[in-house]
Unconditional design. Sequence first.
Lengths: 189, 122
Amino acid sequence: MNDQTNGATISNQKAVFAGAALAGAFVAVMLGVYGKVHDPASETTIKLFFTSTLHFKAWATTLVFVLAIGQLIGALWMYGKLPVRPAPSWVGPAHRISGILALVVSLPVAYHCLWSLGFNPDPGGGRRFAHSLFGCVFYGAFATKILAVRSKRMPSWALPIMGGLVFALLVVVWFTSSFWFFRTIGWEV
Amino acid sequence: MLRRLSKVVEVLGALAVLIFLVMLFANGPTAPPPAPAAAIEAAGGIDGSAVYKAKCAGCHGGDGSGGIGPKLADRVVVRFPDPAAQVAVVTEGKRGMPAFGGRLTEEEIAAVVEYTRTLLGT
């Protein structure tokens, strides 16, 4: 009986994760479709105190990257994977706050990418296509991770897997945008 | 205290996502800036493609298909029916577009604008 109950619970957990993954895939596809179908405005948006919107985007994405490294360290600490004392109680909320902050900082960047530039298939190159593709997948994976955090019926492996995937995707997104910008234009503000 | 703050941040984050989605669909392109009096003069023998490769291709792509800067090929003439408006943007910059007035001569700007409007396509 217990085996049957456990089997049903595991099956239910997998179904919940599959639902969250489908929702994330929907987000990623919708962003890609918007970027492809929407006629790019080819305009700049905000730049704050930076030289241009592109400078702002490069540095904002770098800030998101730095916050994501903090996220990774916080997650490893909470999972007891760091050779230090157990994570204090403030690490959880701090992890959550910095994650949301990273998302908020990334939104004006994504807005300019989607609204002004659009999804770029770039058949001759690769960087722009990779950035377009992985940028959309990043937000899809992020949505799945948020759902994994929220649900109490997720399998235990879902959260670290999705967290790791989101971080890995962000690395690709950063390398295909900010890193390329700094190498091409320079470390201008 | 930190938990309460995280709740507030979550609400603000959700609000930011909502604003992001609304802006994607509600915000239309703005009109190009008014054209200055100056029009494009003859390029004076300057190779516009060389200027483009040196100063513009890094952002707009070698073939004008865009990159971190907007696409120019097949679009720039539609976007700037008056070439003088395009000269103004290249010279003075426009929000994200750096000003090239101090880095290129008037002749070089005229040449590169002519290049983007002809060889890169309309």
